[in-house]
Ligand binder design. Structure first.
Ligand SMILES: C[S@@+](CC[C@H](N)C(=O)[O-])C[C@H]1O[C@@H](n2cnc3c(N)ncnc32)[C@H](O)[C@@H]1O
Ligand code: SF4
Length: 360
């Protein structure tokens, strides 16, 4: 480096000064299945959670009590599961919100029933709900999620043919409950674009269908799955496609085209996982993992404790976690399947470490 970059040096010092026992984010994957969804593009397609009974809302509440002072953002999501399939999803939402913690829920939206919507909008910490979308017709929705009309659903005995309408109804139910309660819960749609849908007609139709219920609609390209397989037919010239769509919808304040998602992910340019210093992910049975992408049975070796055996605070401060910080991503952790956010953190902090390790 010819010129010392003071602002990136400050960022590096802040990252080193961060106390890992006070995580910025705690993610829970409480779902017990995925209803009838078998999305071929899903990060964890064909993989399974570690076996074990589901945590109760009370157990999650206790875990939060032990680290509440750190004020982490709490994410409720899943990797091979849908979070709202937990038998007491509303209780989990309440456990987070009553503590005033920021909550983000990532869901297909199929189970946004009255009880869940109520829990999401009653007084509590700031909350955003991101509904995963990718289709504007029932037929395409069924094809993109491996749903068929002959299926009998794990929930409500519904066939896969009812799912798209249920998702649209769920979004509307949440928006009505939010408006009736005068709540500031944010409703977002996260829309994945594939080869057959990465064009302006789809985005215009999505705005028409979901725009009155969602505060924000984000459009992005999917990443490769955890097994390295492509998530489906991808747009050729992805960068150009997204830039063109961004130009087209620049004036629509509900639409965001995430142009940077055209970039190739999963780079080999870091050897330590820095992302795990700032977060943990807890699966449905209480196993604590360094990140959301590895919270499946294939990566069981990365479990650093279970909140049924130890308090979350003890796990965060424990030796197993500290040892994981020192492991090589390829030869010892065997993961390198980071999502975009974690990969960006790992790339940036590893670059800063190379540049400033001698200047701390
Ligand atoms: C893995 S899902 C889990 C929660 C819930 N089952 C759902 O589908 O919303 C969490 C988020 O990851 C997104 N996702 C899944 N596979 C992806 C991929 N290959 N690339 C980018 N995002 C993906 C989903 O669209 C969703 O917004
Ligand atoms: S997949 Fe990436 S973020 Fe997750 S533990 Fe491995 S290196 Fe860290």
């Amino acid at each position: 480096m010819d010129t010392f970059d003071y602002s990136s040096h400050l960022l590096y010092r802040l990252a080193l000064a961060h106390e890992p026992a006070s995580p910025l984010q705690i993610e829970f994957h409480p779902g017990v299945h995925c209803d009838l969804y078998q999305c071929p593009h899903c990060y964890g397609h064909g993989q399974f959670p570690v076996k074990g009974g589901a945590l109760t809302a009370e157990e999650i509440d206790q875990a939060l009590a032990s680290i509440e002072r750190a004020k982490p953002t709490v994410i409720v999501s899943g990797i091979t599961t849908e979070p709202l399939t937990h038998p007491n999803a509303a209780g989990i939402i309440r456990a987070v919100r009553k503590r005033g913690l920021t909550l983000g829920v990532y869901t297909k939206g199929y189970r946004l029933n009255d009880e869940t919507c109520e829990a999401l909008v009653e007084p509590g910490g700031f909350t955003f709900v991101t509904v995963s979308l990718d289709s504007v017709t029932k037929e395409d929705y069924m094809a993109k999620h491996g749903l068929t009309s002959s299926n009998k659903g794990a929930a409500r005995g519904s066939s896969g043919a009812t799912y798209f309408d249920s998702v649209c109804e769920g979004l509307e139910r949440l928006r009505s409950a939010r408006d009736a309660a005068g709540s500031n819960t944010q409703i977002r749609g996260s829309f994945l674009l594939f080869d057959d849908t990465a064009h302006q007609d789809t985005i215009a139709a999505a705005v028409e269908l979901f725009g009155s219920d969602a505060d924000l609609l984000r459009f992005s390209l999917p990443q490769n799955r955890n097994d390295g397989c492509s998530p489906g037919e991808m747009s050729t010239n992805p960068g150009e496609t997204l830039t063109r769509l961004q130009d087209k919808f620049r004036d629509n304040n509900k639409v965001r085209i995430l142009t940077e998602t055209s970039a190739r992910a999963r780079t080999p340019c870091f050897s330590r996982c820095w992302a795990q210093h700032f977060q943990v992910t807890i699966d449905k049975s209480g196993n604590v993992f360094p990140c959301p992408q590895v919270a499946v049975s294939n990566y069981r070796s990365l479990v650093i404790g279970n909140i049924r055996d130890q308090s979350l605070k003890d796990i965060l401060e424990g030796e197993a976690r500290a040892k994981m910080f020192e492991k090589d991503v390829d030869s010892e952790m065997g993961c390198r399947i980071c999502d975009r956010k974690d990969e960006a953190l790992n790339v940036t902090l590893s670059r800063l470490n190379n540049a400033y390790a001698d200047f701390t």
